[in-house]
Write a protein that binds this ligand. Structure first.
Ligand code: ATP
Length: 324
């Protein structure tokens, strides 16, 4: 019997995340070992529309599992939001005989993949984002590395903050999602965790707290601020003016995106890459690979994109209970 899928493509899209290379490697090598041709598409949907497509062999993914970033490069592609370009992208897949496409990225990238699935291209999405903000999965590629990088940086800031008896406002990434901030809040023992999912913008409460904690002898005050809350510099100035405690803002920024992926990111990304190819071989037409309740699973794209998730309330309250 003739197998349906003969050639697969792989691309990375949206923000990069450490571990994407491990996923690409797994897609390429799983595909090759199943007898498929594997094509790498450069710079996400931009590269697809520009036919920036290369043949991948086993060697093309050598020496990348330990590297951050993505060897396929990544980009945002506004054209892909328009139907005419979605038609064109599907045409290009057919022209290059790509009958299965693996898209590594976030929700937006999956929406792009969904438009191709509607045009008859088999697609499988792999969650790749440091933000952990994909509803159908408890794990996204890159979060573990990013949160560990942020945690180590905050440890360093804490040392100097304690020596100088300062207050520190430390901004971590996550756009509208507070997962990195929440995890660091607990892992670093921060006094405040400001995430857009919960923060009520009551700065006076924070100021009162700082004054109280100083009275009982606290030598530092760490505020972990999620990117979505923003204004860390302004907040530091206002806190210093109101409390008299020297206050500095640090925005950790893109350091959180780079660096060698953790063991978890390498392993889970490898599992997800292999699973994506297995799904295409089994005839999947539009699935998202996910990690749920300790297992690697998959969902229909439509279903996955309709799911919602929120930060764990117990975890959020715990952070404050432990920050006494
Ligand atoms: P991250 O979470 O890291 O930002 P993401 O995949 O959510 O990743 P987006 O910028 O939202 O990042 O989307 C990446 C790309 O996916 C977009 O630049 C665009 O090419 C495509 N895309 C996003 N939304 C859609 C949509 N509704 N229809 C078609 N394509 C889309």
């Amino acid at each position: 019997m003739e197998r349906k899928v003969k050639t697969i493509g792989v691309l990375t899209s949206g923000g990069d995340a450490p571990g994407m290379n491990a996923a690409i490697r797994a897609v390429v090598r799983t595909g090759l070992s199943a007898g498929l041709r594997v094509k790498g598409i450069l710079r996400g949907y931009n590269g697809l529309l520009e036919e920036d497509i290369i043949d991948m062999d086993s060697k093309s993914v050598s020496e990348i599992i330990q590297r951050g970033g993505t060897i396929l490069y990544t980009a945002r592609c506004l054209e892909m939001m328009k139907e005419e370009y979605q038609d064109k992208a599907a045409e290009i897949c057919r022209k290059h005989s790509i009958d299965g496409l693996v898209v590594i990225g976030g929700d937006g990238s999956f929406r792009g993949a969904q438009t191709l699935a509607k045009r008859g291209i088999n697609v499988v999405g792999i969650p790749g984002t440091i933000d952990l903000d994909i509803a159908c999965t408890d794990y996204t590629i890159g979060f573990d590395t990013a949160v560990n990088t942020a945690m180590e940086t905050i440890d360093r800031i804490r040392d100097t903050s304690t020596s100088h008896e300062r207050c520190s406002v430390i901004e971590v990434m996550g756009r509208h999602a507070g997962y990195i901030a929440l995890w660091c809040g607990i892992a670093n023992g921060a006094e405040e965790i400001l995430i857009s999912e919960r923060y009520d913008y009551d700065e006076q409460r924070i100021i009162n707290n700082i004054i109280e904690k100083r009275k009982i002898g606290k030598k530092h005050y760490i505020i972990v601020n999620a990117e979505g809350v923003g204004d860390s510099n302004g907040m530091a100035k206002r806190i210093e003016a109101a409390t008299g405690m020297e206050t500095r803002a640090t925005i950790i920024g893109h350091a959180q995106r780079g660096g060698s992926p953790t063991a978890r990111d390498r392993l889970y990304a490898s599992m997800m890459g292999a699973k994506a190819v297995d799904l295409l071989l089994a005839g999947a037409t539009q699935r998202i690979v996910a990690y749920k309740n300790g297992k690697f699973v998959d969902y229909d794209i439509e279903e996955a994109l309709s799911m919602t998730k929120d930060v764990d309330q117990y975890m959020y309250e715990l952070a404050y209970r432990l920050a006494r």
